[in-house]
Design a binder for this molecule. Structure first.
Ligand SMILES: [Zn+2]
Length: 160
């Protein structure tokens, strides 16, 4: 059995007048995440964790924000492209752990839906994905409702 691990991090600015997408789920809130794509900070961190494990660089290299093809693109489509690279490598997701750091909105009521969505997009069972959501204790940009950040860590396995 061969193993790889990868880590991903992302942060996006929260502004009024944008829809909030986390894990390809639209979450009702007065603000949304600014970004060249839909600003889905969770999916971006996830993509970077997968790309990191595969030693394939990062999301900025793969989907440059100078490329008009990616303007306003649904991040679920970016994850689909990363999933194709994963499938091509022969590795499978062993487990995936995610931390969303958001002062607001309260994400507990949406965790189940986000988990189901991500498992469907990645073609994995629910028991290999863990989603944690926490506040930033009112500190810094995240604590002052100016941003949402996310960490993701993935373990991949091949062979056996
Ligand atoms: Zn991002």
């Amino acid at each position: 059995m061969q193993y790889k691990v990868g880590i991903g991090y992302d942060i996006h600015r929260l502004i009024e007048g944008r829809p909030l997408f986390l894990g390809a789920v639209k979450i009702p809130y007065i603000k949304g995440l600014l970004g060249y794509s839909d600003g889905d900070v969770l999916i971006h961190a996830l993509c970077d964790a997968l790309l990191g494990a595969l030693a394939l660089g990062d999301i900025g290299e793969l989907f440059p924000d100078t490329d008009p093809e990616y303007r306003g693109i649904a991040s679920s489509r970016l994850l689909g492209i990363v999933k194709e690279l994963l499938d091509k490598s022969g590795y499978k997701i062993n487990n995936l752990d995610v931390i969303i750091i958001a002062q607001e909105p309260t994400l507990a009521p949406f965790k189940k839906q986000i988990k189901e969505k991500l498992c469907a997009l990645l073609g994995i069972e629910q028991d290999v994905l863990n989603i944690k959501a926490k506040t930033n204790e009112g500190l810094g940009a995240v604590g002052h409702l100016e941003a949402i950040a996310c960490y993701a860590m993935v373990s991949l396995a091949k062979g056996g």
